[in-house]
Design a protein around this ligand. Structure first.
Ligand SMILES: [Fe+2]
Length: 647
């Protein structure tokens, strides 16, 4: 629906009402918005008045802690539709296990007030997450978490027909007898060739129980629980360099590490979402799937009921899909599940953005895993020891081609993501309105930090990045910052085997010290040009890979060096399960061994004519933030580069 056409016929499953229909009264709106505990951030108010935080507590382990039974809207966040100029989805959640009585959203292109009550959209009754459905229109989704047994409620309103480069204001309410409300605003993407800023990092996690942003009162696990993530979110609200706030944020996977607290995944997601909401209620956050989004649960791999398999919804990512209604790639998997939101693309200005899910191709392994002992959870489900829900090839089959060291979609069920990615990149590169292509993935194919590079991505996708001249590839997973030189093609076999194994790719047996083809990327140049006094690389000649997994999770900025050559040395996972090889990494241009954490801004300038787009990239360092403490974000970057195809 559009702001000008509130009387359009409504789809059958929701009701659009005109401005004078009963809605939340302005009085109740104001009471909710300024209530005790409200957090005022740039552009609006997030209501934390129902904060249920008790005494700070450590991770409760396998004990499931209660969720709230209140219904006030929280965890507000925005995502882009397939056309970001005209489509933005507003999402929110109830705090816990009770659905909102009568949820609705009110929006307008002018601030909401007594004189401007906006357009009201009422949501239908919740339906359980069903990834076999084609999702149309506003919807309420419930998801029953497999191990806690808790059902949580999530609300999504995809707005369509919006005007480009226009600010919209919205409020949502639970529709209770005494309604609670929260709200925000957003600006749609500009039309045509336009300047804009976006930001990106991965591996965020949840605030500790000592942070004022933590709402559950618990610290969740060691890897993802951190207070750096509070300041990472701050960096997307107010730009620390004095520039504009980002129009949107790319979140490069491993969002909250709920899989590390399997008895309490809804609570972990809640702490993550409330922290992120401080920004995401005002600009879209676009995630991609990381290995930690795949959780243990109580269903079969396709999401159907099972007493012998332990996936949390289809492929284990039910919590993610209950919370994010992402652009639709239009694909249905071989098991009948739609692949909406697993991988997707959108264009803003002269840049095509492409999100892919590396869990489909990584050799290091992804998917929920149990420990060494069986555990019986709150839901009554007992998960045995040794469960390993591998997600490799979940969208179809790949075959290894030794000739060009590649993994290609093959057979009667060819890998759907690989086919989609090739088509998306080919069409993007031939689209005259697209100058630059930015891909974001969780796992890095090319990184030299201790958590390494993954040969699965190199074999499945890096050739596609080369063929279609992808300009930038943004990654996470490795909790650090690293930048490569422009890369194109690959070198003769350059890896050295560090443990004996039989390869899942070529079937050969390798001994320690053997040479192995790791598809090591070829460096195009190590010498930047200069644009406006800033070092610059031509991305038409080579793709630059940025590892930005320093969003907050535990530090991993450990980098090895070849003792003989003195070059950086990378670990490469070269077979299923992740056996190691190493390669010298002349492709590694910059590594931050001082601070694992940080954040980025990307300023897109379309130039005067087609082909002239540049993206100015800045990376800012953040030290690891001790629980409950505060820092000031840096004003100057650790690195600044210009990337473009005609620099
Ligand atoms: Fe990861």
């Amino acid at each position: 629906m559009t702001k000008h056409a509130p009387q359009e016929p409504a789809p059958a499953d929701f009701l659009v009402v005109s401005d004078d229909r009963p809605g939340p009264s302005r009085r109740s709106v104001l009471r909710g918005a300024v209530g005790v505990g409200a957090v005022i951030v740039a552009g609006g108010v997030i209501d934390l008045s129902a904060r249920d935080k008790a005494l700070a507590a450590p991770d409760p382990g396998n004990t499931t802690v209660p969720l709230p039974t209140t219904t006030e809207p929280e965890q507000l966040h925005l995502t882009l539709g397939a056309d970001p100029k005209t489509q933005v989805t507003v999402s929110w959640a109830a705090p816990g296990t009770v659905k909102q009585p009568a949820p609705s959203l009110t929006f307008s292109d002018r601030p909401l007030s007594g004189e401007n009550r906006g357009h009201v959209i009422r949501l239908p009754e919740p339906e359980p997450l069903n990834q076999k459905e084609t999702l149309v229109g506003p919807r309420s989704v419930s998801f029953t978490d497999g191990l806690s047994g808790f059902t949580t409620y999530h609300y999504h309103v995809p707005l369509d027909g919006l005007s480009p480069d226009t600010t919209y204001y919205y409020q949502v309410t639970d529709g209770a007898g005494t309604p609670s409300v929260a709200g925000g605003n957003f600006t749609t993407a500009p039309a045509g060739r336009a300047k804009f800023r976006f930001s990106s990092y991965g591996d965020l996690g949840t605030p500790t129980s000592e942070s004022p942003v933590n709402v559950t009162g618990f610290t969740w696990g060691a890897e993802g629980s951190n207070d750096t993530c509070v300041f990472e979110v701050d960096s997307t609200i107010t730009a620390s360099d004095g520039g504009p706030a980002p129009l949107f944020h790319l979140l490069n996977g491993d969002l909250c590490y709920a899989d590390g607290a399997p008895a309490n995944t809804p609570s972990v997601w809640r702490d993550f979402s409330v922290n992120v909401s401080r920004s995401a209620a005002f600009r879209p956050w676009m995630p991609t799937l990381g290995n930690h989004e795949y959780e243990l649960g109580a269903t079969a791999k396709d999401g159907s009921a099972s007493s012998t398999e332990f996936w949390n919804g289809a492929y284990g990512s039910g919590n993610y899909h209950a919370r994010f209604l992402l652009p639709d790639n239009g694909l249905t998997n071989y098991d009948g599940n739609r692949l909406r939101g697993m991988f997707y693309s959108f264009q803003i200005g002269t840049v095509l953005f492409v999100a892919v899910d590396a869990d489909d191709v990584v050799l290091v392994g992804a998917g929920g895993r149990s420990g060494g002992s069986p555990v019986t959870y709150n839901s009554g489900i007992t998960v045995p020891a040794g469960v390993d829900n591998a997600t490799f090839e979940y969208t179809g089959d790949l075959a290894f081609k030794e000739k060009d060291v590649s993994l290609v979609p093959t057979g009667p069920q060819p890998n759907l993501q690989g086919l989609w990615l090739e088509k998306t990149l080919r069409e993007g590169r031939s689209n005259p309105s697209v100058d630059m292509i930015v891909v974001w993935i969780h796992h890095p194919p090319i990184a030299a930090s201790e958590t390494g590079s993954d040969m699965g991505i190199r074999a499945a996708w890096v050739q596609l990045f080369d063929d279609h001249e992808v300009d930038l590839v943004l990654c996470g997973h490795n909790h650090c910052y690293e930048r490569t030189y422009p890369l194109r093609g690959f070198d003769p076999p350059s890896g050295t085997v560090t443990e004996a194994f039989t390869s899942s790719l070529d079937g050969k047996t390798y001994e320690v010290g053997d040479t192995i083809d790791t598809r090591r990327p070829t460096v195009v140049t190590t010498t930047p040009k200069t644009v406006g006094g800033v070092p610059a690389f031509n991305t038409a000649r080579g793709t630059t890979y940025l590892t930005m997994g320093g969003g907050g999770a535990s530090a991993a900025n450990v980098f090895a060096t070849d003792p003989v050559t003195g070059l950086p040395r990378a670990t490469v996972y070269v077979t299923t399960g992740g056996a190691d090889a190493v390669e010298d990494a002349p492709w590694s241009a910059a590594r931050d061994a001082t601070d694992a954490h940080g954040y980025s801004y990307f300023d897109v300038d379309p130039g005067e004519r087609p082909g002239e787009t540049t993206i100015t990239f800045q990376w800012f360092q953040i030290p690891t933030v001790a629980p409950g403490t505060s820092i000031t974000l840096p004003t100057t970057p650790y690195e600044k580069f210009v990337f473009g195809r005609h620099v």
